[in-house]
Design a binder for this molecule. Sequence first.
Ligand code: CP
Ligand code: NVA
Length: 304
Amino acid sequence: MSKNILSMLDMRDDLGKIIDSALSLKGGEGKKSTKKPLNKKNIVMLFEKPSLRTKGSFAVAIQDLGGNAVYMSPEEVQVGSRESASDIGKVLSRYFDMIVYRAFSHDTMLELAESASIPVINALDNLEHPCQAVADLMTLKEKKGALKGIKLVYIGDANNVCNSLILGSAISGVNMVVATPSSYSPKQDIVSEGKSIAVENGCSIEILTNPFKAAENADAIYTDVWISMGEESYREEKEKAFLPYKVTQKLMEKADKDAIFMHCLPAHRGLEVDAQVIDGQQSVVFDQAENRLHAHKAMMIAAR
Ligand code: CP
Ligand code: NVA
């Protein structure tokens, strides 16, 4: 296991174990357990962007595991303007045992992690959202019984969540299909890396432009916001480009009859997904949100 979890690739050899550990923590080894693997550990949560799920679930996960969580807001730290990420990494390493960091840029994430002498967990940046993808793969395993051979279809913006799901699917043996407009395709290096890992694990990563074709026989349909945090100036052009990629009931009907609907939240009903779908029977979005808590516990135990 690498010191840091900045990418799904850092969990390449341990992802299956981390998912199973998250499932068993959920199954009772969690809150009431007398085992406190983070006993007396001080963990800082450094956030450059807003958060509900990540901040809340990490704070509770740290407490449940016997550790102490300290939150530092964007306003007080001002990464890159008040102080460099590199200096921040060095200073935090003198006080804390682990850093949970939400950054605007993956380069800043790398700079801070490089300078820190303690483990850093990526709590989202512009390139990846590994904490989300671990919870999502855990949810898929929980709902579908296994990961190998299932079909996960991601429809919409090929963003940080999509990138981590591509890598996580390839590592886990999940067949993943992404449907995006051609001008918003996933990053080529992520796709190439995902495809080559998928070959080793007997699954596939496919990039399409037609959402209805992509959705055929899916076990899960996933979408995320069209405008990620920090992309607000592209709102008009992106909302226009992504309109045909809205997840509707009609699109859900192309999937397997037992397919689940997934979204990392926050969601915008009427934009990337219709209310009928996200609030309907097939939706597991609040299970995904809950599973962040269990997934973060397993990730911190692996990284400590
Ligand atoms: N899904 C997710 O990471 O949510 P927050 O931005 O609220 O943490
Ligand atoms: N892609 C979204 C995920 C939010 C949890 C964003 O980066 O804003």
